[in-house]
Ligand binder design. Sequence first.
Ligand code: MGD
Ligand code: MGD
Ligand code: SF4
Ligand code: MO
Length: 738
Amino acid sequence: MIPATLSRRRFLEISGTAGLGAALAGTVPAAMRARFGEPGFDAPGDEVVASVCEMCFWKCGIRVHKQDGVATKIEGNPAHPLSRGRLCPRGTGALGNLYDPDRLRVPLIREGERGEDRFREATWEEALDRVAEGLRGVIETHGPQAIAMLYHGAGGSFFKTLVKALGSANIAAPSYAQCRGPREAGFELTFGEGLGSPEPLDLANAKCVALIGSHLGENMHNTQVQDFAEGLSKGMRVITVDPRFSTAAGKSAWWLPIRPGTDMALLLGWANLLIQEGWYDRAFVEQHATGFDQLAAEVARYTPEAVFVETGIRPDVLRATARELAQAAPSALVHPGRHVTWYGDDSQRSRAIAIVNALLGNWGALGGFYLTSKSELKGFPGEPAAHPEAPAADRKEGQYVFANENVASGLRDATLTGEPYPIHAWLVYGSNLPNVLPDARKTYEAIQKLDFMVAIDILPAEICGWADVVLPECTYLERYDDLIAPFHREPFIALRQPVVEPLGDSKPGWWMAKELAKRLGVDAYFPWEDPRELIEERMRATGYDEAQVATLFAEGALRTEPAPLYFAPGEAYEWGTPSGKIELWSQQLADMGFDPVPVHRRPAQPGPGEFRLLFGRAPVHTFGRTTNNARLLQQFPENELWINRSVAQDLGLRNGQPVMVTNQDGATTGPIKVKATERIRHDCVYMVHGFGHTSKHLRRAFGVGANDAALVTRYEVDPLMGGTGMNVNFVTLEAVEG
Ligand SMILES: Nc1nc2c(c(=O)[nH]1)N[C@H]1C(S)=C(S)[C@@H](COP(=O)(O)OP(=O)(O)OC[C@H]3O[C@@H](n4cnc5c(=O)[nH]c(N)nc54)[C@H](O)[C@@H]3O)O[C@H]1N2
Ligand SMILES: Nc1nc2c(c(=O)[nH]1)N[C@H]1C(S)=C(S)[C@@H](COP(=O)(O)OP(=O)(O)OC[C@H]3O[C@@H](n4cnc5c(=O)[nH]c(N)nc54)[C@H](O)[C@@H]3O)O[C@H]1N2
Ligand code: SF4
Ligand SMILES: [Mo]
């Protein structure tokens, strides 16, 4: 393995260009396919290409082995700070996506009615002309702001340039309002900065961590799970707050099976105890925070007894866990979570998390939130600004004032209602919207109103069936994307580069965006022939020399000097809030008529015979994008419905019994097999997201398990930033024949 790596590196340094191996002409030889099954296979003469994983959005560094132009194995890149030589199962199992026989291979043009899923194959020339014509038509009739781009993933960057160049600011990813947006808002309001991705959590050095949901170990963000494991190996105490006994709960000192939707009461109860008992970090709070007295007064009513009534967590447990956090502080963390769009008061719950962390004095502390830095990187040449005259249509005036990214569900709603102004075309890149945005009925209705829709995907996902034109992208293992340089503890620049030739007639996104730009007269924004040229240009413009550029291409990542991770004792800090302090009480919120200190309001509870629907992740799958991957399906073939064992008994449901799941609005999914277990409360059920596909073109995934998204017809919108709380649906179960 090592000699092959060295020879590959040497080859790259000498030639300066990446030889990409023989073209893969559409299919994979059967002998090769058999070999993929063998883990640990390590052939002499392997060629190895360093790149970046995109099986999820963590973007670990990878080293991909190949032989005769066929990728044979993926492993973690030791030179990359996010993988440190290791990957999660999805990263290693990505060959199942690369060589998925169901992949889109040719452009498709709609033949039947929209949504009927009848298409004919087309040439790229015809398909791209068609897309350009569709977009041009909308621009001419309604103006460029009538185009919206909904996307997820690094590959969207070239299309963002295109859409901005056309003159639309309507670009949104569901990873904001359907995921981490409320957390960003809650932390910005409190600390004056959001957390971003990867989150700056010093889990490896923490002595005590509280997980509010955050099901680490099922949620497999690689570096974070590695850090969590390291912390555990050093004796870190974990307090898992989850209605379900998660994988993380199994590693914990405490499992607090909280009544769903009442975490706010628990957090404010902890804040109250920290203050009342004098357990908070007085020096830190005095130096850095404002509003302490108002906070103390507001949370005084969250006594352990009052919190018990809301959460079901016993007063002595609340006290003991607050004490554990305080004793470990500042090397103690309340994990901020990531997928926090639960109940609609999520920014305020995230603010409560931020406040407890502030009381623990853990910002800039070992085992708390470390301070990040970022490698400098000069931008795209001539990157267009978002159109100043036409603000995004994702909200009406005065709505979601604390959102600092666009709200994807808001763009859908604008399409549906024409307010604040109408949207007439969608460019959907890498986002299977019916299973991503809450209330798919609205998504379908919005699509039916469009003049034009194009979907760019690697798989025939449900969203493709609704498009006018489907453009088949090649996977991240077959293309360049833009450079990656996030804020992190070790700043770095990472490179995604192609490992093998695109399968079939699939093409990289950058090429599509550039071709469309030519057709739409904005190719001045793409002043480069291929992305390699762009990448080299950006590196040189930033000040890197040829040797460093060569290292980036050979090793996949280039580290730069980190800034200090922790505050020096008593170090002064200018927080990014209006007051320049950590805001325990928020004037901004008070001015807008919101609670300046978070307040717990109990969410509606399920009625008799009903269960709250909860959902989450499986370690080997990413949403619905891996549930057609043969390798990963082997490890986790279908989702199950977790239900409390004694409740199942009362309902006469046995383990493995298939059931249909129906929600309060009559939406149904299934059949899904019952997993009767003590490891979940009696008032909720749980399933892994990403199953129950309805696209018949996904031949392995079609009809397997149940689809949580089908049951999310109700949602609560966060008034601060437009996030869509989705844990508010109640379901009933009906046994069906096995
Ligand atoms: N393997 C894998 N890893 C992933 C992903 C993936 O698809 N696959 N996706 C990535 C992405 S984009 C994200 S955002 C993250 C999401 O991962 P997290 O941020 O960890 O998501 P959560 O929604 O917090 O996790 C769901 C857990 O919350 C619990 N829960 C539900 N309701 C409540 C409640 O009211 N109170 C409390 N205390 N707990 C509750 C559920 O029982 C479940 O255990 O995972 C990332 N990691
Ligand atoms: N009901 C419900 N809704 C949710 C969630 C949930 O757990 N339950 N989770 C929420 C969260 S945390 C998030 S972050 C979002 C995630 O939302 P998304 O990331 O948009 O979700 P996916 O369903 O994975 O859709 C991804 C689509 O991109 C395609 N794709 C994969 N790779 C590529 C590529 O390289 N290029 C292109 N062009 N396409 C590609 C896949 O085939 C798939 O169709 O969903 C949110 N919505
Ligand atoms: S966490 Fe796993 S799937 Fe996500 S980028 Fe890293 S290796 Fe890939
Ligand atoms: Mo997410």
